[in-house]
Ligand binder design. Structure first.
Ligand code: ZN
Ligand code: ZN
Length: 701
């Protein structure tokens, strides 16, 4: 056996530690082994008879477990983000991390962190074993509530899937982890390099190794895994379908077209996965035909361990737990808040029985002292084929009686597939709404281009009179945008691959914020994160005048070192100044930061950290900031004020006090009445719910 390369910690140091499960659970399962065969296309797995390529799994394992042939990765179909998605239960807009170069951690906590945080430091008990560098950042996210203290141990072997198996056998014998991810990377590696016969033989090897994991490692008599372990076998992504430049097949013979062995797009071949589960709680010989998602894996494992996974957006795979699927529970999140002339406007994302458990965008308003209007569903689609569409990331802008909302949607390929960006306007202060317009969509005609990989997401909208500007982040090609000069009734035909002038094609823009100055000549300000070279930095652009004349080149606002990842920022324009606030959660503290600190108290406590920044301008040189702070050992909302244009800030004021996480604060400043309002989301009741809108006006206003 080749020597282990240990990323997190030397295994020998751990040998004295005794492991125990974190809590008693309703299930017989005590341990979970998640096995991933990287890049095994469904057509060579469970999609087509006679399952020639996976005889061991098909003949010996499927009759003993529950099969999900209709599981999909609708997010990024590369190894790094796909593993983050299955382990965090969230869509990750993350570039692939290879041997060298980009190094970005999952934005959302992983199942390893949920487990370890619950088990406590003396019981850390999660391992990843892999032969691919792409998983190097999967050990933990940068979330202050979890993160590095709850990291999984990673064992990276240098060579083949057989070495991965051998390492897994040793880990399971010596350390008996309760949660283990075994990652077989060879099928993807050979899938890229070919030829076809080698791809098939690597599938055959992985098929045999999966069987051996079950028979020899899990079902070994006397092993703590025997009869008390759930094994989940899946793939992270497929490969291009035949009609999308993938492996070409003629009758029963197969051949490669050079250069088309890849994956990473939104075609059915890339998105379609498989999942087979076996274990003491899993029905045998069952097939679940329901369409399910890669992001469902994290909450299902969390359920087996009786853990809460608050950031997960997936749904438990109840069938493999032998249980009826309960009706979808209600959750509301991602609040947006604005106030004009004493009228409050809010938008949010909601999932529940009335939305079929899928995310939809809602809107409501109220005047001061009255109650909220009946919520209007903004993201309603008339196209029946889009029944599977989810909506995300509402962005709200209010200007006089115009209320504008932009959002993202995601659908299946055979519906209205891929990632899209939408806009809808009300011209009567939210009473009635124009038709929703799709600004960016997956295009069949563009299926042979890289466009479909770009995943336009997290739109940010700003309006002033009839000018509506919607900017969005893309996992490829940096920032994209659409601008209407006619209130959103007309959108100029933009080229499908629009990037900012002067901007080269780049890998990954993560967040984008756009704002217009409220008075004076029209001016559009833009701040975004993107990854050039190895690290994320913030960049700035603006347009002056009525046209779209951009600065000749982007202005780089931060100069962080390698291996850094800025997650979020907020911006607010004053008449002559643009203010930017950023959550600086650099893992390694590289680079130099000369910004004015808004909060330093967030650096106190056992697991410190501030995220989800919000910012408003309340008159010349007066600013209010809000954020979620973990210094109390739980996320609470804090606010602070600056009276000198952001140079110094008041002592942070705690605005929430709940047992759950309070996150995503939004501020709104009522210019006419000089009142400050706050909304946030909280999961004290188990699922996300919006807070009330609080008047938090500082007394001396
Ligand atoms: Zn690959
Ligand atoms: Zn594809």
């Amino acid at each position: 056996m080749r020597p282990f390369f240990l990323v997190s910690l030397c295994l020998l140091l751990l040998s004295a530690i005794l492991f125990a499960p974190p809590t008693a659970s309703a299930y017989r399962t005590e341990r979970v082994v998640l096995v991933v065969i990287d890049g095994l296309r469904a057509t060579e797995a469970f999609e087509e008879r006679p399952w020639d390529f996976i005889p061991m799994m098909w003949d010996s394992l499927t009759p003993r477990g529950t099969l999900y042939p209709g599981i999909y990765n609708l997010g990024a179909t590369w190894t790094t983000p796909a593993h983050a998605q299955m382990c965090s239960g969230q869509r990750e807009f993350q570039p692939n991390c290879g041997e060298v170069g980009k190094y970005t951690r999952p934005q959302y906590p992983t199942i390893f962190e949920y487990y370890n945080a619950s088990a406590g430091p003396e019981n850390y008990d999660t391992f990843i074993v892999t032969n691919k560098w792409n998983l190097r950042t999967l050990t933990h996210s940068l979330n202050p509530a979890y993160g590095a203290p709850d990291s999984a141990f990673m064992v990276k072997v240098e060579e083949s899937d057989l070495d991965v198996f051998t390492a897994a056998a040793e880990i399971m014998t010596v350390y008996e982890p309760h949660l283990l991810l075994i990652h077989f990377g060879d099928v993807d590696f050979v899938g890229h390099t070919g030829p076809w016969d080698s791809y098939l033989s690597s599938i055959s090897t992985a098929d045999t190794l999966v069987y051996r994991v079950w028979r020899q490692l899990i079902q070994r008599p006397g092993s703590p895994y025997n009869n008390r372990t759930t094994m989940i076998v899946t793939t992270d992504h497929g490969r291009h379908g035949d009609a999308y430049g993938g492996l070409l097949r003629t009758n029963s013979t197969y051949k490669y077209v050079p250069g088309y062995r890849e994956h990473g797009c939104l075609c059915p071949g890339c998105q379609h996965l498989f999942l087979l589960a076996l274990g003491p709680d899993t029905p045998q010989g069952a097939v679940c035909d329901r369409r399910v998602h890669q992001i469902d894996i994290c909450p299902t494992i969390a359920r087996l361990f009786d853990l809460s996974a608050p950031y997960s957006d997936g749904t438990v795979l109840w069938e493999m737990l032998g249980q009826e699927q309960p009706p979808p529970s209600l959750s509301r999140e991602a609040p947006q808040l604005a106030v004009r002339g004493g009228v409050l406007h809010k938008a949010w994302r909601e999932k529940g029985p009335s939305t079929g458990g899928r995310g939809a965008i809602y809107y409501s308003w109220r005047t001061l002292g009255s109650s909220w209007s009946t919520p209007t569903r903004i993201s309603s689609f008339v196209d029946s084929t889009t029944a599977s569409t989810e909506a995300f990331f509402p962005s709200l802008s209010v200007d006089d009686s115009n209320v504008d909302i932009a959002w993202s949607s995601l659908g299946f390929h055979d519906g209205s597939g891929g990632w899209q960006v939408w806009h809808r306007r009300s011209t009567d202060a939210g009473e009635s709404w124009d038709r929703a317009e799709r600004l960016v969509c997956f295009s069949e005609t563009a299926r042979d281009t890289l466009f479909q990989r770009s995943m336009p997401n997290r739109p940010c909208i700003t309006t002033r009179g009839e000018r509506v500007a919607v900017f969005y982040a893309r996992i490829r090609f940096g920032v994209g945008y659409r601008i209407s000069a006619h209130g959103g009734s007309e959108w100029p035909d933009d080229p499908p691959l629009q990037v900012l002038p002067g901007e080269e094609v780049r890998d990954c823009a993560h967040r984008v914020k756009v704002a217009q100055t409220p008075g004076g000549p029209p001016r559009l300000h833009l701040v975004w994160n993107d990854i050039r070279a190895k690290c994320y930095n913030l960049y700035y652009q603006h347009t002056a005048g009525n046209g779209m004349t951009w600065l000749d080149s982007d202005v780089q606002l931060t100069d962080y070192g390698d291996d850094t990842h800025v997650v979020d920022m907020a911006i607010a324009p004053d008449d002559t100044v643009l203010h930017v606030i950023a959550a600086d959660n650099r893992e390694l503290g590289g680079g130099e930061v000369t910004w004015h600190p808004v909060s330093s108290s967030h650096l106190q406590g056992e697991r410190p950290g501030a995220i989800d920044p919000a910012l408003v301008v309340a008159g010349t040189d007066t600013l209010y900031a809000a954020w979620a702070d973990h210094k109390d050992g739980n996320f609470e909302i804090y606010t602070s004020r600056s009276l000198n244009g952001g140079r110094t800030w008041s002592t942070p004021r705690r605005q929430s006090e709940t047992p759950g996480f309070s996150l995503q604060p939004q501020l709104a400043w009522d210019r006419a009445n000089r009142r400050l309002y706050l909304i946030y989301q909280d999961n004290t009741e188990g699922s996300w719910e919006l807070s009330d809108v609080y008047d938090i006006t500082y007394e001396d206003e």
